[in-house]
Design a protein around this ligand. Sequence first.
Ligand SMILES: Cc1cc2nc3c(=O)[nH]c(=O)nc-3n(C[C@H](O)[C@H](O)[C@H](O)COP(=O)(O)OP(=O)(O)OC[C@H]3O[C@@H](n4cnc5c(N)ncnc54)[C@H](O)[C@@H]3O)c2cc1C
Length: 506
Amino acid sequence: MTDKNTVIIIGAGLAGLFTALKLAPLNVKVISSKSLGSGTSSQWAQAGIAAAVGQNDSANLHKHDTISVGAGIVDEYAAGIMVEAGPNRINDLINLGVPFDKGSNNKLLLKKEAAHGINRIVSVNGDMTGKAIMKTLSETVKKSNHIDVIENFNAVELLKDQDGIFGVVIQSNLDNKKEQRLYSRNIIIATGGIGQLYEVTTNAIEAKGDGIAIAARIGADLSDLEFVQFHPTAFNIGIDPAPLATEALRGDGAKIINELNERFLLKTHQQAELAPRDIVSRAIFNEIKNGHKVYLDCRGELGKSMKKTFPTVYGFCKDNNINPENQAIPIAPAAHYHMGGISTDANGKTSINGLWACGESASTGVHGANRLASNSLLEAIVFGSIIAKNIKSLPNNTPVKNSEATTSKVVPINSKDLKILKSIMTRKVGVERNGEELDEAFNEILTLNQKYKKNNQINNTIITALLIIKSAIKRKEHRGSHYRSDFPETNSLLNNRSKITIKDII
Ligand SMILES: Cc1cc2nc3c(=O)[nH]c(=O)nc-3n(C[C@H](O)[C@H](O)[C@H](O)COP(=O)(O)OP(=O)(O)OC[C@H]3O[C@@H](n4cnc5c(N)ncnc54)[C@H](O)[C@@H]3O)c2cc1C
């Protein structure tokens, strides 16, 4: 059993590990689905972290760009906190040993990304940022006496009494599915995103939105679940997670074609391949829905120089026997980032006493309806740090009475049902949605749920999917990443973040 002041963190990505380090000297138990350093989306992050560290930059400029992209519903207070704290958190990572790229003047090298008004992205080895950060943090965690990592376990249920949260049920991911209970009055959810609810995703296999379901099941508020950001050009070659074909390739002349060699985007937007991300994603989505195959065509000079100019993408091609010089790359839009999650205030607190959330599983409101590139790693470290500070300032916890709350049998989704769920989510709750198909999707996944219910089983993946669909049903407009073909205009009366609880789906 954990002692009364041990803090439990569910998830070992950037949000979980950074928060664990910041909690020193408190004892921390980190639950990790896989072995430390694997099973995270953080390790795949490429471009870097946005922070106002440049000479001509400021927190205000960064905040302005964040708000502009968020389609009218960014929580400006939370965004202000994030951008203000950015430079200090980058310093923390530098002090931990993250080797950010430097320019010839020995200052941080700052890159520019879409919708940033200024160069403000810090990175490692160009596109190896996530890997480098996770390596540094994992090594530091291993050496930290206050942190105990429980590997290959999934949190499946939270325990709550009249004083708030008091524990978590964890289940072994290995064959025996052994269960354990851990007790604490402070539990932080950092389980990452939901990309694995879709057929093509850039997210880690573990990103099934478990945190959302377990928090929802004890009554936590959730926000903005309808906002799922899709990346238009991921490799569609059956690899999970799907590698990204960076947007810069299109900037350098790559064309998007179908199997008939047609540049169908010419019919959609005057900028064709260089149209905004959501327009490109929707055009590809519809082409695939209409039975076509879609490719990124880099054949010729671009493909020839790719080894030098885009080594990561070239590496993916090579590993998968694609020669970009004379073969087009099969692509599809991929579920990439979830703006929604467990509602938190600017202190990282959820609506349940003692339950905190940070990283992609949280919804702080900083991203609104669309995320500004490279703000997600920043959000993870800023709010992780704030949570640690808050927990450390709390008086000693009220003892856990070791109450034996009843728990139901939580089971993982089986592979056949997951395939069905992914297909429904992709076709009906994906890049483009409409009321009729959303209702169908809800009912189809509800039917899937009946099978588990009949056996007295609970499935967290299904619950998260139902909550996302219900949120998408409720928002009858186009806003940011949420496109309703039956309500294609933005409605100024709906200029608010959304809220949902488990009661909305039962
Ligand atoms: C390909 C790619 C490129 C990206 N590039 C960038 C970028 O350049 N800049 C940027 O800011 N963002 C980027 N992002 C987004 C960013 O990487 C993520 O938003 C961020 O890493 C999320 O961190 P996290 O700690 O919240 O989640 P994760 O890193 O996904 O960690 C979640 C952890 O929770 C664990 N977990 C899940 N369920 C359970 C459970 N039930 N019990 C126990 N543990 C569980 C997982 O195994 C994992 O350890 C990118 C994402 C991808 C996929």
